[in-house]
Design a protein around this ligand. Structure first.
Ligand code: ADE
Length: 293
């Protein structure tokens, strides 16, 4: 079964009549579903992406109507009897490059239904992805004249959005029935040795996952999607800023954490964590917070 069960089948306003939703879930879903994010992934290897997006939190996000994932098979737009999507580089050189025609046709087929959809290209020469950028995509869920990273956008007080901004924007949307903050990103996954440079003319965001080269855009697409979707209020279950913050900002990863058992092969949990003294525990955590390597 395709993962687009949540918002897609139910529609945004028919939760009351949906047999899939329990009454307890209703309020939360109706609350959140106006801030839904959709990713359409253009790929030759849907089978590499689908299992992950049908698992755990990504699957739950679609079930709750907070995210939707759709696939477009680039091969369908290939040329000639072999549905070819690549060719040799002008000027010589090894390898094959993704051709413009199939890529433009695939993107235009999505944009014909949603002209506001923005195109992301994972590429080693893009802007290096980080948590702040993930937050910007989550924050800017919704139609807007200018998107993440664009100048002149409506960043609160001219600064990068924080997790509270994501939450207060979700609340503003919830409180204003005329607002619809759904947003749609098309991720083009190149494969082979690269792409024709003219493809960049149809791309809104070039994103790199780091200074190394992968064989295709599928792994970067999953990382981008996961890191954005988990920030959409409601995905991780948290509905308050404290809950979301503790999950979203990585604060709970900065200090050492322990769970049961108390003693594992002679390695015991620091006693302060069993003391029940919240002030001392907070101080201990602060003192033991490390920085990312
Ligand atoms: N495609 C190949 N390598 C990549 C990288 N490091 N980041 C994003 N897309 C890529």
């Amino acid at each position: 079964m395709c993962p687009r069960v949540g918002a897609h089948q139910r529609g945004r306003d028919d939760f009351k009549s949906s047999l899939f939703v329990s009454p307890g879930e209703l309020t939360g879903e109706m609350w959140y579903n106006k801030n839904m994010i959709k990713f359409t992934i253009i790929t030759l290897f849907k089978e590499a992406l689908e299992p992950y997006l049908k698992t755990s939190m990504m699957w739950k996000a679609t079930e709750k109507g907070l995210a939707e994932f759709d696939f477009v098979d680039l091969r369908e737009f290939g040329l000639g009897p072999h549905k070819s999507v690549d060719d040799t580089p002008y000027g010589g050189g090894d390898g094959m490059l993704l051709r413009c025609e199939p890529v433009f046709a695939a993107i235009e087929s999505v944009k014909a239904k949603d002209p506001d959809a923005k195109v992301i290209l994972p590429t080693p020469v893009g802007k290096i992805w980080n948590q702040e950028m993930a937050r910007e995509f989550a924050f800017y869920s919704g139609p807007r004249p200018s998107g993440p990273f664009a100048s002149g956008n409506s960043l609160p007080k001219g600064r990068a959005p924080r997790v509270d901004d994501v939450i207060s924007r979700a609340a503003a949307i919830r409180n204003n029935p005329s607002q619809n903050a759904n947003s749609h990103y098309i991720i083009l996954c190149p494969h082979y040795e690269g792409y024709d440079e003219r493809i960049l003319s149809i791309v809104d965001y070039k994103i790199s996952l780091g200074k190394y080269v992968l064989t295709g855009g599928e792994l970067p697409a999953l990382i981008i999607i996961d890191s954005v979707v988990r920030l959409i209020p409601g995905v991780l279950g948290g509905e308050t800023s404290a809950e979301i913050e503790s999950f979203s900002e990585g604060d709970n990863l900065e200090y050492p954490q322990y769970t049961k058992p108390y003693d594992f092969r002679g390695m015991t949990v620091p006693d302060i964590l069993l003391s029940g003294n919240h002030g001392e525990i907070a101080k201990w955590r602060k003192d033991h917070s490390g920085k990312a390597l």
